[in-house]
Ligand binder design. Structure first.
Ligand code: FES
Length: 136
């Protein structure tokens, strides 16, 4: 069990329409991924919060799952199957947790995640410019 407050997040879509209904595989994926991440323990150096989200605009590629971290690139993966891909998802959590900016190429990602990336979005670096004069 991780001792720190999570600063990384995995979001799983719970509204993909696999069978014309709410995505039960999404809920199952959340449960199984939580168990697998907990079981990995200190092999994953950062704590992950794993939660459901209603739609990440990858609706044609269910299940969709995203990895986010502070000051890190965000990834969106599609075609995820809870029966086949838990090992690759845990391996990517381990990999992602040690990448300082979250950036990696497709050939370095585990398993199916090499070919099912729907988006890789660079971290937002926001610079706030301060005017020396107060706004009137
Ligand atoms: S309903 Fe799952 S990504 Fe849109």
């Amino acid at each position: 069990m991780h001792r720190t407050t999570p600063n990384h997040r995995i979001s799983v879509c719970t509204s993909c329409k696999h069978k014309g209904a709410t995505c039960e595989p999404g809920y199952d994926l959340i449960k199984r991924l939580r168990e697998a991440i907990d079981a990995a323990g200190d092999a994953i150096p950062e704590a992950f919060e794993i939660s459901g989200v209603a739609c990440m605009a990858g609706c044609d590629r269910p299940c969709t799952i995203a990895y986010h971290g502070t000051r890190k690139a965000t990834y969106l993966f599609g075609d995820i199957d809870a029966d086949e891909d838990i090992e690759a998802l845990v391996a990517f959590a381990r990999q992602y947790s040690v990448l300082h900016d979250g950036w990696c190429s497709s050939v370095d990602r585990p398993g199916k995640l090499r070919r099912t990336t729907l988006a890789r979005v660079p971290a937002a670096i926001t610079i706030v410019e301060h005017s020396p004069e107060p706004v009137q």
